[in-house]
Design a protein around this ligand. Structure first.
Ligand SMILES: NC(=O)c1ccc[n+]([C@@H]2O[C@H](COP(=O)([O-])OP(=O)(O)OC[C@H]3O[C@@H](n4cnc5c(N)ncnc54)[C@H](O)[C@@H]3O)[C@@H](O)[C@H]2O)c1
Length: 285
């Protein structure tokens, strides 16, 4: 079992969804928090909610795409608490679309948030976590889309495949360095959150909502599926509370890969078997 009482949790992307619920459940176990998100109003409201419950929490505006903001987040966290026991690199976004029609700016946005975000967190936090010389955990939220793929999900899948590899290679580097930090990777499947509304988090100047790519039938089909995947309103996702209970159980059991949907295990095994035996993927619907 992991201990959370008086432990310090740093977490990105915690003003919504899985990150917010992780904080709520860890707060109930007695942790303290250094919170980060790009959504300032939601973040401030969440910090106030926690403080009203007597939970110690500081909040920092961080766009995980910016290495300087990530460095400032780590510095502020260590100034305040002097340590981090659990660092969750959780912020992530979803953009969908056919692999050759998705706007280039969406490709960059996906890879900058979902891959460079964790890379920036590693660069800012891991040296400090090694230096503190105590057992601690660095946890990246990837996705089941890092193991399986779907039409209309090329960019998201590429980003989540990348961070599973990143987390695994990080574990190798940590072991080689003799560090007391362990790497973990969370691979949720469908969980109720605001992930289907990721475009709302995106600065308006960075994209063109009138791009014809967003009128395309393939885009609309993939977007409809993403709404169904994570919307709490009639979607197929499991409640966020259940997903986070599964995540904390996986962490307690020291699983390197932490799944929210164990039923994906055989699907992933079958996919790897097919890949290794040269079978071409077949997509339906
Ligand atoms: N919900 C699911 O079904 C599901 C499945 C697989 C993986 N995931 C992953 O879980 C993680 C959390 O997503 P969620 O489902 O809770 O979605 P969410 O949209 O509810 O929460 C994501 C949070 O990240 C923040 N964020 C977005 N861009 C940011 C940036 N550039 N810098 C800092 N913060 C930023 C948002 O403001 C938001 O608060 C993501 O990495 C996502 O890819 C979710």
């Amino acid at each position: 079992m992991k201990e959370y009482r008086d432990k310090v949790v740093a977490i990105t992307g915690c003003a919504s969804g899985i990150g917010m619920e992780l904080v709520r459940q860890l707060a109930a176990k007695g942790a303290k928090f250094s919170l980060a998100d790009i959504g300032d109003d939601r973040l401030a409201a969440f910090q106030q909610e926690l403080e009203a419950q007597g939970v110690e929490a500081i909040a920092t505006h961080v766009d995980v795409r910016d290495p300087e903001q990530m460095e400032a987040f780590a510095a502020r966290t260590y100034d305040k608490f002097g340590r981090v026991d659990y660092c969750f690199s959780n912020a992530g976004i979803s953009a969908v679309g056919n692999a050759w029609k998705m706007p280039l700016s969406d490709w960059h946005w996906l890879l900058d948030v979902n891959v460079m975000g964790p890379a920036h967190a590693i660069r800012a936090f891991i040296p400090r976590m090694i230096e503190q010389d105590s057992e601690c955990c660095f946890i990246i939220t990837a996705s089941a889309a890092g193991f399986v793929t779907a039409w209309g999900g090329a960019g998201y899948s590429a980003s989540k495949h990348a961070v599973i590899g990143l987390a695994e290679a990080l574990e190798g580097d940590l072991q080689k360095a003799g560090a007391k930090v362990k790497s973990y990777v969370i691979t949720p499947a469908y969980v109720q959150s605001n992930l289907h509304n990721s475009f709302d988090y995106r600065p308006e100047a960075e994209w063109d909502s009138k791009d014809p790519a967003y009128e395309d039938d393939d885009f609309n089909a993939a977007f409809g599926r993403s709404v169904k995947s994570t919307s709490a309103d009639g979607g197929v996702g499991i409640p966020t509370q259940d997903a986070v209970q599964a995540i904390l159980k996986g962490l307690d059991e020291d699983h390197f890969i932490i799944m929210t949907h164990p039923q994906y295990g055989p699907i992933i095994e079958a996919r790897y078997h097919n890949l290794m035996t040269g079978v071409r993927p077949v997509y339906k619907g």
